[in-house]
Design a binder for this molecule. Sequence first.
Ligand SMILES: Cc1cc2nc3c(=O)[nH]c(=O)nc-3n(C[C@H](O)[C@H](O)[C@H](O)COP(=O)(O)OP(=O)(O)OC[C@H]3O[C@@H](n4cnc5c(N)ncnc54)[C@H](O)[C@@H]3O)c2cc1C
Length: 304
Amino acid sequence: MGAEISKNQELAKLSFYGIGGVADEVWKIGDRESLRESWADTIAEKIPKFVLGSGSNCVFSDRGFRGRIFILTDESVEKRGNFWTINAGKKLQNLVEESAAAGFEDLKNLSGIPGTIGGAVRGNAGAFGCEICDAIAAVEFFDDAGNLKILKSGDCDWNYRSSIFKKNPDWCVARAVLRFEKIGDPEKISAEVKNLKNERWQKYPPGRSGGSFFKNPRSGTFSDTGEKFTAGKLLEKSGAKKDRIGAVEISEKHANFFLNLGNAKQDDLVALARKWKKIVAEKFGVELEPEIAIVDEWGGKVEI
Ligand SMILES: Cc1cc2nc3c(=O)[nH]c(=O)nc-3n(C[C@H](O)[C@H](O)[C@H](O)COP(=O)(O)OP(=O)(O)OC[C@H]3O[C@@H](n4cnc5c(N)ncnc54)[C@H](O)[C@@H]3O)c2cc1C
């Protein structure tokens, strides 16, 4: 099948944030053999690379990308009873809905989270006390030499919004094997999945974003009553809502949503995030860390 290569693609059109200049090359790959070859060659040739899912959790540079953006287009699923093997390009929401219709409720609480399985595995996507890792039996990935490897879930180093795949940017998630264990009435689960999705999208602040900008701090209690504050609460209590740099504004509805008001630049987003990270650190002694992948033009990470 090979790769479908397009040159000089505007990255703003490929991410939820709507930010980003032109990428030298975008490689759409639908089969594993082509992925294996091109992944290993790209690394061996030291060409900057980035695997893009749905672009719901990343923000590109205004200077674009001087390398190859890989998009995995295989969305196929192999079903063997309660074991489903899912290709990385599959949309998480479609999987949540399909598994609900088959009478499995393991993924129910993830309903409404945008993105692909590849992105969800790498960042261990989660909501309402459920994380994708809870249903994962194993993950297949290509390593930096193009070898297809498999890791059992217990070896994936799952953590809050993190996994071994996040720590190894030269690995590309190819497939995930899920094991469903919670069985229920398909119609009831599907109705709940639909309601959760609607509720969630009503709660999200309107406007372009990559979801929550900062991760919630994992330790420390900060209020007089012993309440553990979320990143959004810390930002709100520091007075971040409605602050703006360029065309990036912190949402009035939720202080952990940094919105693109129109023609925002990555530099403005970074400046606003650095400003509020510093204020929160001074006020509460908490070092916020971004959840969103802030990508420079060489595929590196922009530090906040
Ligand atoms: C409105 C909104 C609400 C959100 N709510 C939630 C929420 O409740 N919970 C939650 O967890 N997340 C949430 N998110 C964040 C986002 O949806 C998840 O992080 C999602 O899993 C990202 O998937 P993606 O395919 O869009 O990844 P992308 O944004 O395309 O990529 C994110 C990172 O994953 C890497 N990646 C993608 N595919 C692969 C692969 N195959 N192999 C290796 N690395 C890969 C990319 O290189 C990048 O570093 C929200 C986002 C938005 C916009």
